[in-house]
Design a protein around this ligand. Structure first.
Ligand SMILES: Nc1ncnc2c1ncn2[C@@H]1O[C@H](COP(=O)(O)OP(=O)(O)OP(=O)(O)O)[C@@H](O)[C@H]1O
Ligand SMILES: [Mg+2]
Length: 276
């Protein structure tokens, strides 16, 4: 499923955004997760994650378009594979299929949806990025591709309902208006929240609960990313990045089959256990 994080300024969106990404990285084997962070505040928030080899950070609309185009292509490829399958399974399970789950996380997503005039220099890029995000939000669940959008505004005229409708998990921090709350929760709950950073309403389907989000600081994130980096270097001393959009990916992936990966990683894990 996809997730949206919304709320007025300074309510804790970016901290929550980062703690979600932290939890994902912390709980998932790096082979089963690739994280693409599109940080339209010029990467200031995302930079803490930069050491992790399974994380890629993109800081502007142009790079975002390139990345989303590549992810869309990967999504199409995954659907082709799913269609061709004979075992009847119509959904990719990263742990079983040895295909990484792809999480595309966009902070300040409203930048994508702000009103633009055709004269703006980035008009074409923004429109293209929007379209790609729409396509991914509609289709990519079965392909193990997920969107996390953090944004100040969710009103219908800003984020289109085609996108919001496809989002299952919603974290609503305090909203300044009834409309802001209503767009995400279909209720006024988020505009009634007290002014406490990290206090929000978590909604999945028709279930809602008021929560206090955990705080996370950059030290925790950096040390987790460093740990992942060390583990990857230990297990694959010669392997370059396998992230989408990094050139080496194509060759590397083809040369090593999933089975090879499993086998080798299994052996490495055994070795590390023995040496510990
Ligand atoms: N869960 C939390 N617990 C305690 N303090 C928090 C929590 N989340 C955020 N804060 C504090 O609130 C402030 C704003 O947090 P954050 O940057 O996440 O807000 P934001 O909603 O992303 O704001 P903006 O719209 O300006 O990007 C930070 O200084 C942070 O220390
Ligand atoms: Mg923020």
């Amino acid at each position: 499923p996809h997730m949206m994080i919304a709320g007025a300024t300074n309510t804790g969106k970016s901290i929550f955004f980062k703690s979600v990404l932290y939890s994902l990285l912390n709980s998932t084997n790096y082979r089963h997760l690739q994280l693409y962070i599109i940080d339209l505040k010029r990467g200031l928030e995302a930079v803490d994650f930069k050491e992790a080899p399974n994380v890629k950070i993109v800081k502007n609309i142009k790079e975002a378009v390139t990345l989303l185009t590549q992810i869309k292509a990967e999504m199409d490829r995954r659907f082709d594979i799913l269609e061709a399958r004979t075992d009847g399974k119509k959904i990719i399970v990263p742990e079983k299929d040895e295909v990484p789950r792809i999480v595309v996380a966009v902070d300040e997503a409203s930048v994508l949806y702000m009103n633009r005039s055709r004269d703006d220099v980035d008009y074409k890029d923004v429109m293209q990025a929007r379209q790609l995000a729409d396509d991914i939000s509609k289709l990519s669940r079965a392909a193990a591709i997920h969107l996390i959008l953090a944004t100040q505004k969710v009103e219908k005229n800003i984020i289109p309902t085609t996108v919001t409708e496809n989002i299952t998990g919603r974290m609503a921090f305090r909203a300044n208006s009834f409309h802001g709350s209503n767009a995400l929760l279909q209720s006024k709950d988020a505009s009634d929240l007290p002014d406490i950073p990290g206090r929000g309403v978590w909604r999945v389907g028709s279930k809602k609960i008021v929560v206090q989000a955990p705080y996370i600081d950059e030290k925790q994130i950096k040390s987790l990313c460093q740990r992942i980096k060390e583990k990857v270097e230990e297990n694959h001393p010669n392997k370059k990045s396998s992230l989408i959009g990094d050139d080496v990916q194509e060759k590397g992936n083809k040369a090593r089959t999933n089975f090879d990966n499993k086998l080798q990683d299994g052996q490495n894990e055994k070795k590390t256990k023995e040496s510990n």
